[in-house]
Design a protein around this ligand. Structure first.
Ligand code: AFP
Length: 407
């Protein structure tokens, strides 16, 4: 396993047969190179005198650290040189940057997550998500997590690692510093069904809803009456806390509270990438009501509560809010699937000006199946939706309107 580098892994996972795969490979390599350069900076922050703050605040009103800005600039530059990338949006930019409106993908990122830990040499990281460019415009950034085709993060810690999800698989690479190459060190990561760690900022206890206080007390079990005690671990860098949860299981929670009524973490570049990774690895990712991937965003910098981790632990938490999973649904379809409804299928066929028969041939089903989808008596399955995705994406240059938006 040691000898497979990131390029080789991507060549096998995203074969040359499709130009979309080639674009995605290019994009992931560009991001990974920027993270290698950031990793080099993080090794010597004290020596390079880059562990302090700049005299300015970002769009969130948070103080910008020198390393925040350096990391953002590195991603910005790397992506501007990648022809597969149509635009970049990040925590450090008030507005997304558009490079080329017709390229296939958009990138969202938190270039340096956990920046308050820089000064004390604790783990920090870079989080990113790749979204399909469906609208040729900045509005492509404001999409639910179901539109993300890939996501990942770098964790700059004792080792520098790069965790990636494509095609529903989650893998980890470790940076070999001399050759400056990422090598595969964990393949097919699966979140354990249940874990022994809970991770939450307990300093916020007094601001929590009573039901969350109840969950917390039961989890830490101060009376020693329950056998379900867990250990508390909290670094305060999402990358580090989430990575531990991904590998060892358990739960990470940053709920909304009286101080942060919308939650603290950012939906587009913190919660959605981790939601895609955890869902792909068989774990769960919710706000307090629904799956993170199903949240329809209203603005780019919006915040969300985030509950991540092992299925059983996340559902146990949610049971304190909505008893016994009332109306709670989970959908394991996390790859490149748009939401195809009877209306959007019909819209796509009309925009393409195809008869049901011709459209059916293109999708690889019968004319009757198309009719049933359009009247809503049947729903496309997973591979049908992939075929619809591909037709939509292959013809998207000719599409004036996005059929998915009209459903
Ligand atoms: P900073 O980048 O300002 O350090 O914030 C990090 C973060 O967004 C996320 O990485 C942590 O999980 C979370 O904030 C920690 O927040 P608290 O300090 O409120 O616990």
């Amino acid at each position: 396993m040691q000898n497979i580098n990131l390029e080789q892994y991507l060549e096998a996972e995203l074969p040359d047969s499709s130009s979309e795969n080639l674009d995605l490979r290019d994009l992931i390599i560009s991001i990974s190179k920027a993270t290698i350069s950031i990793a080099k900076d993080t090794r010597i922050t004290g020596l390079k005198k880059i562990r302090g703050s700049l005299n300015k605040t970002n769009v969130q009103g948070e103080q910008v650290k020198v390393l925040d800005e350096l990391s953002n600039d590195k991603l910005l530059k790397a992506l501007s040189q990648c022809s597969a990338c149509s635009g970049f949006a990040s925590e450090e930019l008030e507005e997304p940057v558009l490079y080329n409106s017709t390229s296939r993908f958009m990138v969202v990122a938190d270039p340096l997550d956990g920046s308050s830990n820089i000064n004390v040499n604790m783990p920090i990281g870079t989080i990113f998500g790749v979204i399909r460019n469906t609208d040729y415009d900045k509005s492509s950034f404001i999409k639910s997590g179901r539109y993300y085709i890939s996501a990942g993060y770098s964790l700059y810690g004792p080792s520098d690692i790069f965790v990636l999800t494509v095609n529903n698989k989650v893998v980890e690479f470790t940076l070999e510093p001399e050759s400056e190459q990422y090598y595969l060190t964990r393949s097919d990561i699966k979140v354990p069904e249940e874990g022994t760690v809970y991770s939450i900022n307990e300093g916020n206890f007094k601001h929590w809803d009573n039901r969350i206080k109840k969950w917390n007390l039961s989890t830490k079990n101060p009376q020693g009456t329950s056998n379900k005690t867990k250990k508390l671990r909290y670094v305060g860098s999402l990358v580090a806390d989430a990575h531990r949860t991904l590998i060892e299981g358990g739960i990470f929670a940053y709920p909304s509270d009286k101080k942060n009524p919308e939650g603290k973490l950012r939906l587009m570049y913190e919660a959605n990438p981790f939601a895609l990774i955890f869902t792909s690895a068989g774990g769960s990712a919710f706000n307090l009501e629904k799956e993170i991937l199903d949240i329809e965003p209203e603005s780019f910098h919006q915040r969300t509560p985030l509950i991540l981790g092992s299925k059983l632990d996340v559902h146990d938490f949610l049971d304190y809010l909505t008893p016994k999973g009332k109306n709670r649904k989970e959908n394991s379809e996390v790859t490149n699937i748009f939401k195809w409804s009877s209306k959007s299928i019909n819209n796509l066929r009309n925009i393409l000006k195809l008869s049901r028969l011709k459209f059916a041939n293109k999708v690889g089903v019968t004319r009757g199946t198309i009719l049933r989808w359009e009247i809503g008596s049947r729903k496309p399955n997973y591979s049908n939706k992939k075929a619809l995705d591909n037709i939509y994406l292959a013809t998207r240059k000719d599409l004036i309107e996005n059929p998915l938006e009209k459903s």
